[in-house]
Design a protein around this ligand. Sequence first.
Ligand code: ATP
Length: 319
Amino acid sequence: MSETNAIDARHVELTYADGTEAVADLSLEIRAGEFFGFLGANGAGKTTTIKVLATLLKPTGGSVAVNGYDVESEPRAVRESIGYMAQETSIDPGERIDDLLELVDLAGVANKVAKDFSGGMKKRLDAATALVHDPPIVFLDEPTTGLDPKARNRLWDYFERINDRGTTVFLTTQYLEEADQLCDRIGVIRDGTIVADGSPAELKDRVGGAVLEIELADSDAQTRERAREVALEADAFDDAPIETADDGLSVRSTAARRRGPELLVALKEAGIPITGFNVRDPTLDDVFLAITGEGLDEDEAATEPGGPGASAAATEVDR
Ligand SMILES: Nc1ncnc2c1ncn2[C@@H]1O[C@H](COP(=O)(O)OP(=O)(O)OP(=O)(O)O)[C@@H](O)[C@H]1O
């Protein structure tokens, strides 16, 4: 086991009492100082994994070392060396605020009780609380879910600052833009196991090619299907799948830039009017779609901050 790793997880398994295999054969190494993003759809196993790493759940298989300490035989040492910002806000409503609030830009409201805080202020206070003892690793479980863009940006600044200071950050998020902006490396979890791992740029490269999007004047299902058939007949994109979207078509292909115009001509010749087109580089959304075959449901993330992880209390280790 390397001494420099902040996290060393080997073949970890977590099966809940009801038989649900939430984590299955998950292996992960995170270097000290890394800003690591952990992405996955609802129910993929993110919160369960974080709880295992943070000693809130005992793994049912495999081994985990955090800061060199074993989560099963040295849980206290692990806990003393980590900060944990849970998905659900953990602020005691009566809590009084002190000078660490300077850090998260809340010093001006230090005489207030936390129950009067906005959602964004509570999250910032949570983040500060997770870092009170200056731990070398901090786990942030969907820290910005449900926040408005301004509040989210303030937290991003704060996370960047603590990472610049040398803190290892383990972040789960449903916002791909957040992961793209902040993370050195991203792991994608699906059905409890890691299915992709790399820097945001590497993951986008792996998807391959650019994305051509075409907006049709008539975007009813029948026209979209006809347009798709024209695109398949034009045969310009080396068998890349042609997807129908809400208002038209999209195709991801290494030939998208070079041969996109052929498709525009073919559509025109078939009498299908176009109102717009765009060729763009892949985003993490495209990566996610390519890897998991499904998107991340951000709307759901915004309205259900608790998520299924919130029900895990029954089997949690008492801390
Ligand atoms: N206490 C529990 N008992 C049984 N199954 C559970 C429990 N907690 C979670 N699960 C199940 O384990 C799987 C992984 O859940 P987990 O909360 O880790 O996923 P997640 O990726 O964090 O999802 P979300 O983004 O919705 O929080 C899901 O199928 C979930 O329903």
